[in-house]
Design a protein around this ligand. Sequence first.
Ligand SMILES: Cc1cc2nc3c(=O)[nH]c(=O)nc-3n(C[C@H](O)[C@H](O)[C@H](O)COP(=O)(O)OP(=O)(O)OC[C@H]3O[C@@H](n4cnc5c(N)ncnc54)[C@H](O)[C@@H]3O)c2cc1C
Length: 471
Amino acid sequence: MKETVFAAALALSLGSPSAFAAETADVVVVGAGAAGLSASIGAAARGAKVILLEKTTDAGGNTAFAKLGLNAAATPDQAAARITGDSPTLFAADTIRYGHQINDAALVRAMTVTSAPALAWLETLGAKLCLRITPVGSEERPRLMAPCDGTAVGPRLIQVLKAKALQSQVDLRTQARATKLILADQKVSGIEVQTPKGRYQIKAKAVVLATGGFAAYSALVNQVHPSLKGIAPVGFRGATGDGLVIARAAGASLLDLDQLEIRPTVSVKGNVPIEEALRARGGILLNKSGKRFTDETGIRDIVSQDILKQSGHSAYLVIDSEIFDADKALQTYVDQGLMKRCGTVAAVAKAIGANSAAVKSTLNRYYRAYDRKFDQDFARYEMRVRLDQGPWYVAAVKPGVLATLGGIKINDRAEVLGSGDTPIPGLYAAGEVTAGVQGGNMMPGNGLTDAVTFGLIAGAKSAAYVGKTGL
Ligand SMILES: Cc1cc2nc3c(=O)[nH]c(=O)nc-3n(C[C@H](O)[C@H](O)[C@H](O)COP(=O)(O)OP(=O)(O)OC[C@H]3O[C@@H](n4cnc5c(N)ncnc54)[C@H](O)[C@@H]3O)c2cc1C
């Protein structure tokens, strides 16, 4: 893992308060996504008085945008489906392989060991999740859990977690933005809060930062990844890295800020990630002049950089019926107006706004490359279809940051680490605001697994720190 030199963009101030009306809590949790809600419930269950601060008008964050599911290993659902041999160890190996081997193994272990109990806990809250038997990617065993009724996972989690938090007497305060930690003798002693009505402070010996990522903090994204200048966030616009600023000011170490989860093809309309596999299955990318400009199957960063170099910093994903008809789910893109059906090559050109002859010439050149099994323009070696089966389908796309993988350095007890890897007493962090769990690439389903498992760990450890160990 790479220790990050404090980025100048992080010097941004979250404001400093003038007058306060002080109050107290045992644990203050900052951010009401999956991590913050899980931490709040976990701490409250051990008898802590918890205040949960949320800067927007409701709980949700990026969690509310998650559609696919979350992972858990060695579960009763796997046993029922006769999927044998899964374990936290195998799940950890998958996570580290996906993460390009730069994950913190101890954090990954904590997540994978906690995944099955966390899932069982979510089920007791009424999450109603079912195992998705078809593998999502290259995981060794199917272990993705998603709502049994086929609806999106994120809103379901927020619904059950928020209900449980309120039932557990967690004091959820919306439009309450944490701005700064208060330290006494280098230990946490409280937090400052900004609301539309003014500022106040809360005295608390423990604070859990669960503020999510910084995909929407463009200045920082540009600074850590200048080659992706102009890239926009996918999802929640409030992912502005507040937790990094707050933690850094208190002496926390930050890691791997340059590790971003990029999606090269996010629909220009609606900001929805378009299935990545469509490129591998044979889709090509055209610019506004109707020309190819990259090996579409290349690594995400390079494809994204090449799209950002095109006019309008965007491109058009083109697939044919052979690809479209093989995946029933793609009709949703057409229904949502994200993908246009084009009966002829001339219609493809019209959808792009390009010259018809230019698109015809590009496609003819691609057919020849397919026939020769050699793409002399961009050395794309995987061309699964000839792409000549109309109708064609076209989606306007641009690259986006789905998640940020680096952040606050923590240990497997969710304690925030400062210089010399020494924990900052009373400071905890969980979820996307932290570094080390995902490494350099996120395994599908692990964003939520990280948030829920480390939320529970942070809730338990922060409560224990203030002397609350159970009811
Ligand atoms: C489109 C999309 C789809 C995804 N799909 C999946 C999926 O299927 N499976 C999966 O595992 N992962 C998925 N992810 C990733 C996943 O959503 C995140 O990794 C996860 O939700 C992060 O949870 P969190 O609780 O750490 O942060 P969040 O859910 O983002 O919550 C952070 C909260 O903190 C609040 N906050 C921030 N700063 C402050 C402050 N200063 N004071 C008070 N409150 C503050 C925010 O308003 C927000 O409510 C997806 C992401 C996107 C964008």
